[in-house]
Design a protein around this ligand. Structure first.
Ligand SMILES: [Zn+2]
Length: 200
């Protein structure tokens, strides 16, 4: 028998189901948990959601998440400006940072090539990456895009288009299974992949 839920609860469940790895049953569980929250906590949660795009901005240099202005990594005097690790998403920065074995800077492309969805170099932050290389300070570009077909195509594009005198372009390889997304790769495999990167 189908139990008809209140409309507001159905809407809430529908929103929650849009989140990654949340199916109907999990959405239902989260929705009923929210029903038990105090009004003040619900209001605080709603306020964060309502202002998410105003409060979480993109770093004007690398594209990482920031409160405003350059992100803490770009602003740090302790990072090596000669290395830029190219990733698809800010979540992947988090993954590389967790290894604790990389002290260079980052560049977030904002995705990877996807001919079917119409994502090519124009839709990604490739132009911004080129601008960052103009000062000649960068000696190594580490391509840490995914190891699936789209991620490889993105890496190959950058390797061929950004080839320049005095710039080494490397690719993470060892230890990361094909198709893996860096944000979910365990730290020791990722640390090995950074240490064992190969020149493209
Ligand atoms: Zn930044």
């Amino acid at each position: 028998m189908d139990v008809k839920l209140p409309i507001a609860l159905q809407r809430l469940i529908a929103h929650l189901e849009k989140l990654p790895s949340v199916g109907h049953r999990t959405a239902m569980r989260h929705a009923t948990a929210l029903l038990n929250w105090k009004d003040a906590d619900l209001a605080a949660f709603a306020d964060e959601l309502a202002h998410l795009h105003e409060r979480v901005l993109a770093c004007p240099i690398c594209g990482n998440y920031t409160d405003g202005g350059p992100c803490p990594i770009c602003a740090s005097p302790n990072r090596n400006p000669a290395q830029i690790c190219v990733v698809e998403t800010p979540a992947q920065i988090e993954g590389v940072e967790r290894t604790g074995c990389y002290r260079g800077l980052y560049h977030v492309l904002g995705g990877k090539f996807s001919p079917l969805s119409g994502v090519g170099p124009e839709q990604l932050r490739c132009k911004e990456l080129r601008q960052r290389l103009e000062n000649g300070l960068v000696k190594e570009l580490i391509l840490a895009t995914s190891t699936d077909v789209e991620g490889e195509a993105t890496a190959n594009f950058i390797a061929t288009q950004f080839h320049a005198e005095g710039l080494t372009i490397t690719r993470l390889a060892i230890g990361i299974p094909t198709g893996a997304d860096l944000s979910y790769t365990d730290s020791s495999s990722l640390a090995q992949a950074i240490a064992g990167r190969r020149t493209m």
